[in-house]
Design a protein around this ligand. Structure first.
Ligand SMILES: [Zn+2]
Ligand SMILES: [Zn+2]
Ligand SMILES: [Zn+2]
Length: 583
């Protein structure tokens, strides 16, 4: 008996054993990742070598990578978001001042900081080692990633605040005259007292109300964009005259792309973090108390960054609007409104003169210091002034559904890259994205940006190998679209706790349920262990160390440990009388 020939037909299963069938079989790597994600296990744990300084024994321990982006590690990012939610909830309507009495940093933390220092050194050294520009770019990118990893680890410890300022390249190298410093805006100015909690109000039947606010900061418009404008059940016409549906392919794109001010849109995005800093500074001075906030930055559909903040306590709406109108950041750089050179014919490096020269006349371009000096001391104009556009504010009472909704609203996109949640989906949106990105690629991101060559200035610390249009600064990347500040901003006295504290809170509940039996098995080194004074020393293990298992083995073991731990927790919980379980 002969078998009928198997003829592959489009849309049908491919012949078993064929190459096509094999290609459709699930990938082992993918299965492992999904299993880890389903169980909330970190997919790229960081390997540390822990030395017990009492016994001299060293062993390999793992800590979750602590990534905040789901594209890097979904379980860690989701966990981070849950902690942010908890943090905002705890701090928002705080009735008593949070306690703040910092302890000295532990040896483990200092070790990490030392490791971070070496990476910083290597990054600087990469600029002077002989290699091709492409090699240098690759090396610096690798070091940046390592630096990011250590910073993530530091965020896991009890260290408050950040080791380095937000923007790597904004280190001021020269003292500016005070005359040219940011002048003070025309605002009420009160001495700021130490109070951080909002006022409570007596309500009916002896109730106390402790209102706080939800605030949205938005940049100015750079030209009308197509918008879906809903007023109740009615859709109002957009500036173009059309009533756009919710999924109109043009939404968020300029009504007139040629008239849209892409340069300002790009510059506002680059300097938005500074504008926000100024806003909080102005706000505290005008309010007269130490206003606390927690919030996040996201992209609007028109691709401008904007931010939502929970603010503790309330301020008059009129004052908020007044502060917003008076908030700006001046950029004291040499003028860069017109390009002298193009990316095709940029200035070239002249080894004899030790600087960049005009490709034809071979005359030296002014250095960064010379360009700043040329600005003059008193009559100079800032190269750019970034302003805050609009503020929206509303009051939120503590413990309401409204408050919970607002917290989820603020943290909605924190596990995604800035441009990921506003990714263009249609041709007009892609064109808008590309046009803005093109603008960003030739604007200067910092004093040391290669793009200064286009504007007839040698960048700060200029050396051979700079290519305008190819600066590696984060500002120019498609994932940032100009905004490189922190995505999540929490003021220092928000909940009086760090993320590590909130994480420890999580664990202490688990410990209570387990009644001591399994206390620390949740994850290898716990926050407490990390911070235990002197006993343990940590350093990064190298992936090729003989006692470091391949990543896949480590993840498999972690998944198994997590599943067993969960089962034990469930059993312990079931054995407890319901009234014993802490709420
Ligand atoms: Zn992770
Ligand atoms: Zn329109
Ligand atoms: Zn740059």
């Amino acid at each position: 008996m002969t078998q009928p020939a198997l003829i592959p037909i489009a849309g049908e299963e491919p012949r078993p054993g064929s190459r096509a069938a094999r290609m459709r079989q699930p990938l082992a790597k993918e299965a492992l990742r999904q299993l880890a994600e389903n169980n909330g296990v970190c997919v790229r744990p960081v390997v540390l070598r822990r030395t017990d300084t009492f016994t001299g024994v060293t062993e390999i321990v793992e800590v979750p990578c602590g990534a905040t982006l789901a594209t890097k590690c979904k379980p860690c990012a989701e966990r981070g978001r849950r902690l942010r939610i908890q943090q905002i909830r705890e701090g928002w309507h705080l009735a008593d001042e949070p306690a703040i009495d910092p302890d000295p940093p532990t040896a483990a933390v200092l070790d990490l900081v030392a490791h971070r220092a070496h990476l910083e050194f290597d990054r600087e050294a990469a600029n002077y080692e002989p290699m091709t520009p492409d090699e240098r770019v690759a090396q610096v990118a690798g070091l940046d990633e390592a630096i990011e990893q250590v910073d993530d680890l530091l965020a896991e410890t009890n260290l408050r605040g950040h080791l380095t300022p937000r923007d790597r390249d904004e280190r001021p190298r020269r003292k500016r005259s005070t005359k040219r410093r940011q002048d003070s805006p025309d605002l009420p100015r009160l001495p700021v007292d130490g109070r951080t909690v909002g006022r409570a109000y007596a309500g009916r039947e002896g109730k106390t109300y402790r209102p706080s606010m939800l605030v949205t900061l938005t940049l100015d418009s750079h030209g009308p964009v197509h918008s879906h404008i809903r007023r109740g059940s009615y859709v109002a016409p957009c500036e173009c005259g059309t009533r756009h549906g919710q999924y109109d392919p043009k939404l968020g794109t300029p009504v007139n792309p040629d008239a849209y001010d892409y340069r300002r849109a790009a510059l506002d995005a680059i300097h938005f973090a500074r504008v926000m800093d100024r806003w909080w500074q102005n706000l505290r001075r005008a309010a007269g108390w130490n206003v606390q906030y927690a919030g996040a930055v996201e992209l609007q559909r028109r691709l401008a960054p904007h931010s939502h903040f929970a603010i503790r306590g309330t301020l008059p709406r009129r004052l908020l609007k007044q502060i917003a109108a008076a908030t700006y950041h001046q950029v004291w750089w040499p003028p860069f409104d017109r390009a002298t050179y193009s990316v095709d014919k940029p200035p070239v490096w002249d080894a004899d003169q030790g600087g960049y020269v005009d490709p034809k006349s071979r005359t030296l371009l002014p250095t960064w210091a010379e360009a700043l000096d040329a600005l003059g001391e008193t009559d100079a104009e800032p190269a750019y002034v970034a302003r805050l556009g609009r503020i929206d504010a509303r009051g939120i009472d503590s413990g309401t559904k409204d408050a919970e909704r607002a917290i989820h609203y603020v943290t909605k996109y924190v596990t995604k890259d800035l441009t990921e949640h506003a990714a263009p989906k249609t041709d007009p949106q892609r064109a808008h994205f590309d046009r803005l990105h093109a603008e960003l690629s030739t604007l200067p991101c910092s004093p040391s940006c290669a793009n200064w060559l286009l504007y007839n200035v040698q960048p700060d610390g200029a050396k051979a190998g700079l290519t305008p249009g190819r600066c590696t600064g984060k500002v120019h990347q498609r994932t940032t679209l100009g905004f490189t500040g922190r995505r999540v901003l929490v003021s220092r006295q928000w909940s009086g706790k760090t993320l590590a504290d909130h994480r420890a809170d999580d664990r202490s509940w688990v410990r209570a349920v387990l009644a001591g039996g399994l206390a620390d098995t949740e994850e290898s080194p716990s926050a407490t262990e990390f911070d235990s004074p002197k006993r343990f020393r940590f350093e990064m293990a190298r992936p090729d160390d003989p006692d470091v298992l391949p990543l896949e083995h480590r993840v498999l073991r972690a998944v198994s440990a997590r599943i067993r731990w969960r089962q034990q927790l469930a059993t312990a919980q079931a054995n407890l009388a319901p009234q014993q379980v802490a709420a």
